[in-house]
Ligand binder design. Structure first.
Ligand SMILES: C[S@@+](CC[C@H](N)C(=O)[O-])C[C@H]1O[C@@H](n2cnc3c(N)ncnc32)[C@H](O)[C@@H]1O
Length: 337
């Protein structure tokens, strides 16, 4: 087994941070997630601004996930289409368990991360009856390998820097190139060297006929906040290796359209919070904690974004993407080839 480097450990630790923050949001009532508690050893209460940021991230990622799952599939001659989800650098994400609870299980839900992370995740799942029961009948669990294979769920180790690993995952998870697929990389590609993240984006475009690839990550490295953000992560040993390669919304979109995706769109989290998140729910969460860091909040949100690329020649999910109801000005962006 190859030894884990310091920077790999530091990148893996970002998963613990994200999971702790999600639990902090759950405890304060921002989001509901019955399962994230099982993945946190020592809960930490986060500040209101961090809670609000994670809420916004959760809300938009969930909105896109539901859009994909809720899209009606056209009937073709032949076997019915079945939706697949592939989550790259999934960490301790609990979406699969939530989806099972909510009765919205996709045909296949695959999660990939470093083996150190998938081993821990497999161990935590195997130890919790409530999680185990969500896997259905007779799941195959190997804690040593960091693998779970069940009827609808696959947890598999892979290093995203090695496309052969991804090819193996593709086969092992029995992903089907012809089925509509949602690929998610939430705060992941930015930790990879540009040539590597580009290879992953192209790999996915080459593999799947009909797909959407959604990413959440940082933007704008060059202003004072961006410089500080870079320094913070660098000092933790997990530099944002990809940030200078895709520093703007346009460049995030172009990465998709240059690498095999038919169309792309990107919005910063400030616009997303104001234009995409359900206004009623936004009002609800704004009552939860005293909040007066408005200037910092806006600056922080302008430094994160969601971008996606879509390949959909057959028009299987024409409505996928940011909703267009409320946007004002020019901040709604998209490229169509
Ligand atoms: C910030 S965490 C995000 C976890 C999860 N996507 C979420 O949003 O909660 C980044 C994740 O990417 C994973 N990751 C980073 N580089 C990776 C690589 N080369 N191969 C596999 N996983 C990687 C890390 O191990 C970690 O779990």
């Amino acid at each position: 087994m190859a030894k884990t480097s310091g920077s790999e450990q530091a990148v893996q630790a970002t998963n613990d941070d994200a999971t702790i923050s999600k639990l902090s949001c759950v405890k304060k009532g921002y989001i509901s997630d019955d399962f994230v508690q099982f993945f946190v050893r020592r809960p930490i209460k986060r500040s209101p601004i961090i809670n609000r940021g994670y809420y916004a991230r959760w809300a938009v990622m969930r909105q896109l996930l539901f859009q994909f799952l809720d899209a009606d599939l056209p009937a073709f001659n032949g076997p019915p289409l079945q939706k697949q989800i592939l989550s790259l650098g999934a960490g301790f994400d609990t979406s699969f368990f939530q989806l099972v609870k909510e009765g919205r299980i996709p045909h296949i839900f695959v999660e990939v991360d470093f083996s150190e992370v998938t081993r821990k995740k497999a161990m935590l799942i195997a130890a919790k009856e409530l999680l185990l029961t969500k896997l259905g009948l007779e799941p195959k669990i190997s804690i040593v390998e960091g693998e779970i294979i069940s009827e609808h769920y696959r947890l598999l180790p892979a290093d995203l820097r090695d496309l052969k690993d991804l090819d193996r995952v593709f086969l092992q998870a029995t992903l089907d190139p012809k089925q509509p697929t949602l690929i998610i990389a939430e705060c992941v590609l930015i930790y990879l060297e540009p040539h590597v993240s580009r290879a992953v984006v192209k790999w996915a475009a080459d593999k799947f006929e009909t797909a959407a690839f959604v990413i959440y990550e940082q933007i704008h490295p060059n202003d004072a906040f961006g410089q500080q953000m870079l320094r913070n992560l660098e000092s933790r040993g997990c530099p944002l290796l990809g940030l200078h390669d895709t520093p703007t919304l346009e460049s995030k979109e172009k990465r998709f359209t240059e690498l095999g995706w038919q169309s792309a769109a990107a919005l910063d989290m400030d616009s997303i919070y104001n234009q995409q998140v359900d206004p009623l729910d936004r009002r609800r969460i704004e009552q939860l904690e005293i909040f007066d860091e408005f200037e910092e909040w806006n600056i922080m949100q302008e430094h994160y974004c969601v971008a996606y690329g879509v390949k959909d020649k057959n028009g299987i999910f024409p409505k996928f993407g940011f909703n267009h109801r409320e946007h004002s000005g020019s901040s709604q962006r998209s490229i169509v080839l």
